[in-house]
Design a protein around this ligand. Structure first.
Ligand code: FAD
Length: 397
């Protein structure tokens, strides 16, 4: 009988396996796909944003925000970076503490594979797990696979969330959790582009490819807790809005909430218009000094006929500044799991021990990574959760 079977060879499963193997446990990883680390390979545009130097509990969404603290504190970004440096993988900080590979995400997958090899972890790919049972006589687990039935003392479910079904994402973790009586919170897309309809879609389409700096927040009358805002770029697409600002806020968005966009995130729009009041330039020409020209033209179109800025009254400038700082849009929806980078929600953390990721009511059964209701912001936070939760579990199994 194997000490530990890990289902899923993604970031969390591989980290858990190597940590458990280093402690002398016999570990077998089962992966249904043809290769390990498939999401790592495509992450960060092929360069894997493998952690964020500033990762802390405040960068995660969860119905139980304290849950992630223990694992994150015991395996920090610096710990993963030390591993990366030990393998002499060249890296760089892009912005805001986001660390990327200089060369390719393959470096991270190879590093994990080598660590697993050294820890004598066995990895089998193209193995489909069809059912899991608990053997009540000795509290072991029976795992039915396409290559026969396997048994283990401990079972770790590291099969991720629902995002990217084309890479094989399924609700496997949620099904196993429910089978053993654990509560699963409803799941929704996170880090996903917005779609729009009607006139707002026409604007997005006409500006497709243009990127604009902004601060975005959600207009919410229902949320009991203060929601964060994000100051980053938005990107117009042929279906709506994407770019880092939109991906970040999408994790907090639920229909029918609106988005409030400030196009002057660094300054006071009214003061800027006042400074330029002596100018003979037309409103759209003036705005094109601060914002991309095509955007300035499209954004001011509803204010036609446009006039030289000096001919606007103070009340008119107040109204324009108000619109620049509070452009309100109503998304029709999101692009869904086909493009969402993560799943928000999942296995209720109140069912798990935060130090070990073990189910409170099922000894020996653990859940880690994205399957659990802990979702990071854009920028390396999701991998940091995968490493941290995998490591915490690997220390306990
Ligand atoms: C396009 C894209 C880019 C991203 N870029 C970044 C980034 O740069 N930085 C960042 O921090 N995060 C990024 N993320 C998010 C990050 O990839 C995930 O949060 C992370 O991979 C989750 O790790 P995991 O191990 O929990 O799950 P996964 O990586 O999803 O791994 C789960 C594994 O389990 C396997 N599996 C599923 N069901 C079964 C089964 N029944 N039997 C056997 N195996 C099974 C799957 O094939 C998969 O290999 C990105 C996500 C996407 C989609």
């Amino acid at each position: 009988m194997t000490d530990v079977i890990v289902i899923g060879a993604g970031a969390a499963g591989l980290m858990c396996a190597l940590a458990a193997g280093q402690r002398g446990r016999s570990v077998l990883v089962l992966e249904k796909g043809p290769r390990i680390g498939a999401k790592i390979l495509i992450s960060g545009g092929g360069r894997c944003n493998f952690t964020n130097l500033h990762a802390g509990p405040e960068n995660y969404l969860s119905a139980n925000p304290d849950f992630c603290k223990s694992a994150l504190a015991r395996y920090c970004p610096a710990d993963f970076l030390a591993l990366v440096e030990r393998h002499r993988i060249p890296w760089h900080e892009k912005k805001l503490g986001q660390l990327f590979c200089d060369r390719s995400s393959r470096d991270i997958v190879e590093m994990l594979r080598r660590e697993c090899d050294e820890a004598k972890v066995r990895i089998e790919t193209a193995v489909e797990v069809s059912a899991v049972r608990r053997n009540e006589s000795d509290e072991s687990f029976e795992i039915e696979t396409s290559r026969g039935t396997l048994t283990s003392r401990r079972l770790v479910i590291a099969t991720g969330g629902l995002s990217l079904p084309k890479l094989g994402a399924t609700d496997f973790a949620y099904r196993i959790a429910r089978q053993f009586g654990l509560n699963v919170l409803s799941a929704r897309t996170g880090l996903v582009p917005f779609t729009f309809g009607g006139g707002q879609l026409d604007i997005c389409r006409s500006l497709s490819g243009i990127s604009v700096p902004c601060r975005v927040q959600i207009e919410s009358e229902t949320s009991k807790t203060a929601l964060p805002d994000f100051t980053e770029n938005l990107l117009f697409t042929h279906r709506g809005l994407s770019g880092p600002a939109m991906l970040q806020i999408s994790s907090y968005w639920q229909p029918p909430a609106k988005l409030r966009i400030n196009l002057f995130p660094d300054g006071d729009a009214r003061a800027w218009l006042e400074e330029n009041r002596g100018s003979g330039q037309r409103l759209d020409t003036l705005l094109a000094r601060r914002l991309p020209e095509r955007f300035a033209i499209a954004w001011t179109a509803p204010l036609a006929p446009l006039r030289p800025i000096r001919s606007y009254s103070s009340a008119e400038l107040d109204a324009i500044a108000g619109k620049l700082e509070d452009w309100t849009l109503q998304p029709a929806g999101t692009e869904g799991y086909t493009t969402a980078e993560v799943t928000v929600g999942g296995i209720d953390t109140r069912e798990l021990h935060s130090k070990t990721m073990e189910a409170r009511n099922v000894q020996g059964l653990h859940f880690i990574g994205e399957a659990v209701d802990v979702t990071g912001w854009l920028g390396g936070y999701n991998f940091q959760w995968a490493w941290a939760s995998g490591h915490a579990c690997g220390q306990a199994v």
